[in-house]
Design a protein around this ligand. Structure first.
Ligand code: HPA
Length: 273
């Protein structure tokens, strides 16, 4: 990770966001972009104008950095994310997290689309991530160490903040939105898994699988942000159902869950900002 380049990019991005002091930030993954629609936007910047971030290359990821206001608090939304498999290095993945730290954000909520491995996870289920398995074979903190990225060997006993997870539970209960908890395994992608890989992940203890979130959670936890993450289960992981997997189905299935996602965040964000 080129920390000099990232530092410059963070400073330049901060200059694009005058009068911005968000306490909470949300990274919206595949199909989650709708969540922004119910908040009043103060700033909206296309990713292409944000140094280091660049344009998302994935359908379903809008690519806008938004600052919104709600009940007197500011929330920063990253509408779409960059992935390691896009081949642009760790900088586009890390920029949002370092920007959060620079702007004084204390809580970061990550969202994603994931394949369900555990038998009770159906299409449209929302799952709070309690812990993760990094099956990517890489780690964003590899390389020379910079104190800006936290300790050399960050503790990961509690990556996902318990209080924020409880707030998510309370919001879902208030709205009668079914919500489950589980372990998320991250793989590199861009291929979906083979059925044998899904079976191996299940034996390792994974409930769901996806191609994102864990690098951001590792970095955000290392630099001291309160992290939480929610998956929308968009398909049965490979080999669990008879169907083959496609990104189009992933997008369609997140559409079905959008009313629940939007309502959940509208309830949750004021309670934690
Ligand atoms: N595997 C990996 N990533 C995913 C999946 C999946 O089944 N569904 C959505 N993102």
């Amino acid at each position: 990770m080129n920390i000099v380049l990232l530092n410059e990019a963070v400073k330049k991005t901060k200059a694009l966001l005058p009068d911005t002091a968000p306490t909470t930030a949300v990274i919206l993954g595949s199909g989650w972009g709708c969540v922004v629609s119910t908040f009043s936007e103060i700033h909206s910047i296309p990713y292409a104008k944000v140094p280091c971030l660049g344009s998302t290359q994935v359908k379903g990821h809008e690519g806008r950095l938004i600052v919104a206001e709600h009940n007197g608090s500011q929330i920063m939304f990253f509408q779409g994310r960059r992935h390691w498999y896009e081949g642009a290095g760790w900088e586009p993945v890390a920029l949002p997290i370092l920007l959060c730290a620079e702007l004084g954000v204390s809580t970061l909520i990550l969202t994603n689309a994931a394949g369900g491995i555990r038998s009770d996870l159906n299409t449209g289920s929302l799952m709070v991530i309690d812990d993760h398995i990094n099956a990517m074979g890489v780690n964003p903190l590899q390389g020379s160490h910079d104190p800006l990225l936290g300790p050399r060997f960050p503790d990961q006993t509690r990556v996902y903040n318990e209080k924020v997870r409880q707030s998510i539970d309370r919001s879902a209960q208030t709205l009668n939105i079914p919500l489950t908890h589980g372990i998320y395994a991250a793989v590199c992608g861009p291929t979906y898994e083979t059925p044998a890989e899904v079976n191996a992940l299940r034996l390792m203890g994974a409930d769901a699988v996806g191609m994102s979130t864990v690098p951001e959670a590792i970095l955000a936890n290392a630099i001291g942000l309160n992290v939480a993450a929610i998956s929308c289960i968009t398909n049965y992981a490979a080999g669990i159902a008879r169907e083959t997997l496609s990104h189009e189905d992933v997008i369609t299935n997140t559409h079905n869950a959008q009313p629940a996602m939007t309502a959940l965040f509208r309830q949750l964000l004021p309670s934690i900002t």
